[in-house]
Design a protein around this ligand. Structure first.
Ligand SMILES: Nc1ncnc2c1ncn2[C@@H]1O[C@H](COP(=O)(O)OP(=O)(O)OP(=O)(O)O)[C@@H](O)[C@H]1O
Ligand SMILES: [Mg+2]
Length: 203
């Protein structure tokens, strides 16, 4: 396959999958969020102090609101990504509280206002729940095309016990048989949808 064909395939999958998830109704989204937490809790061990990187749903992504509520109730710590203030192609993760001051980033997505004392170094997160546009059952992930997660996760250790577990979060309809994978795409340890738990990296 030529580089052009490869890029075009990724563009076509992104377009189709974004349209599909954006066409889900409010009640389908609510049901997805309620089912998602059940599967998430099968994968993650959440106790007091557990550090979890998440996201605020955008563009039809599944909402993590029930998961955030559960984390707060268990005195675990949800964190949200912030575009890094100096290295603007990377993400920082910062503690997210119900009353965290927020601002809108360049993509129109809410993020916590930078507060250095609330930043959690990426390697210290126990879990990172990544949004994605498409996935396959082998753990490959296609994002929105910015490379933010790939760059941020490129430096974490290979040993699973020394790094956050990467859990892709998606609607079931975002699965494809096989994604065109780039050398820099960071694979996922798990993918959790409202219907299925995929464990491609299980050892
Ligand atoms: N580790 C890296 N170092 C430098 N550039 C990178 C790295 N990872 C990805 N990129 C660059 O980012 C661009 C977008 O990557 P890609 O198409 O995989 O985005 P994505 O996975 O869809 O986005 P995201 O990671 O934000 O969800 C690529 O052109 C690539 O050159
Ligand atoms: Mg990628």
């Amino acid at each position: 396959m030529s580089a052009n064909q490869f890029n075009q395939q990724r563009i076509d999958i992104r377009k189709k999958m974004r349209e599909m998830r954006k066409s889900l109704s409010t009640s389908e989204q609510k049901r997805a969020a309620d089912d998602l937490i059940i599967n998430f809790l099968q994968v993650a061990k959440v106790t007091e102090g557990t550090q979890v990187g998440g996201y605020l749903a955008n563009d039809g992504e599944p909402s993590l609101s029930p998961i955030f509520e559960d984390l707060w109730a268990k005195k675990a710590v949800p964190n949200l990504p912030i575009i890094h203030p100096f290295s603007r192609t990377h993400l920082l993760f910062q503690r997210y509280e119900e009353n965290s001051p927020m601002s809108t980033n360049r993509y129109g997505i809410l993020e916590p206002k930078l507060n250095c004392s609330h930043v959690c170094p990426v390697a210290q997160l126990d879990y990172i729940l990544t949004p994605l546009v498409a996935f396959d059952s082998q753990g490959n992930r296609l994002g929105m095309g910015g490379g933010y997660y790939d760059r941020t996760l490129a430096q974490i250790p290979a040993d699973r016990s020394q790094r956050p577990l990467l859990i892709g979060i998606a609607h079931q309809c975002q699965e494809v048989a096989q994604l065109p994978v780039a050398s820099w795409d960071v694979p996922l340890d798990y993918i959790v949808t409202p219907k299925t738990i995929y464990r491609p990296g299980a050892q």
